[in-house]
Design a protein. Structure first.
Ligand code: ATP
Length: 266
């Protein structure tokens, strides 16, 4: 059994002509692995994330969580809940996705109730907060009563609280300032390296510096297909496919040349 998320020869085309979507994509993210997914606009990244989350069907191929294939048809409510617990989605600007009116603690209980997670929900909420380096007392506050960095952490705790083993983070740092960006990325990296409950991470990101900082391995999509993949360092310094080269060439000049990369910190 392969733990985590596995896509095997997955195709999802949006139109009959077959010009848009993803084709024959295989990739795996095991707990503890950090994988970047990059590609120009329209390359198929969001489509792939939707298929990986079971929101769009794999017309060909297979998506499996912890070795168990997702059903081709929309799964029933019970199976759906099981799946949601295993693989969680982290949206763009995670803190901005918190409900401003509700106490943060409530927002850590809601997904557990919704997904009928077994066990003591309050305890799981405290554990999730500890994993992201926050004290449990923050649960009594609302988003505007904590710092932006703390809110980001709570949002990540919310993704963890159901017992997720893999996070799909779709442009989670777009629009954040440099320090906040690094805070989120470093936290994701630390969570992936947690010795007790290592997390798998698929990071969809157009910021190649963020990918270099966080992801051991990177997959390049172009025209809906995987055109290059491998260890992030060599892939970004010696790209072989023109699509990868174009992404690397479009990278803005490094304004923080001393930011540690994944390679330097691992
Ligand atoms: N619901 C849809 N119906 C029809 N075509 C779609 C749909 N969603 C996406 N597409 C098309 O599929 C292709 C891949 O789009 P997708 O959004 O997956 O790319 P992306 O790499 O995520 O792009 P971006 O970086 O701009 O978000 C594009 O040609 C897009 O126009």
């Amino acid at each position: 059994m392969s733990a985590g998320l596995r896509l095997d020869g997955v195709t999802h085309l949006h139109d009959r002509a077959g010009t848009a979507g993803v084709r024959d994509v295989s990739l795996a993210v095991a707990p503890g692995e950090t994988v970047g997914l990059v590609g120009r606009s329209g390359a198929g990244k969001s489509t792939l994330v939707s298929v990986a989350l079971g929101l769009l069907p794999a017309q060909r191929g297979e998506v499996a969580y912890d070795g168990r294939p997702l059903p081709r048809r929309r799964p029933g409510p019970r199976r759906s809940r099981e799946l949601r617990r295993t693989v969680q989605w982290v949206p763009q600007d995670p803190a901005g996705s918190l409900d401003p009116r509700r106490h943060l603690g409530r927002q850590l209980l809601d997904p557990q109730r919704r997904l009928r997670v077994p066990g003591d929900h309050e305890q799981r909420a405290r554990e999730a907060l500890a994993r992201v380096g926050l004290d449990a007392t923050i649960a009594t506050r609302r988003p505007h009563e904590v710092s932006g960095g703390q809110a980001q952490r709570v949002a990540l705790a919310r993704a963890l609280v159901t017992g997720a083993r893999v996070l799909l983070a779709d442009e989670p740092v777009t629009g954040l300032d440099h320090d906040r960006r690094d805070d989120v990325l470093d936290l994701l990296l630390a969570l992936s390296r947690d010795p007790v409950a290592p997390l798998g991470l698929l990071l969809v990101c157009h910021d190649l510096d963020a990918v270099a900082r966080t992801c051991a391995r990177t997959v390049v999509l172009d025209g809906g297909r995987v055109v290059e993949q491998g260890p992030t360092g060599p892939l970004l310094t010696r790209p072989t496919h023109p699509a990868t080269r174009a992404l690397v060439d479009a990278r803005p000049p490094d304004v923080h040349p001393h930011a540690p990369t994944h390679q330097e910190t691992s």
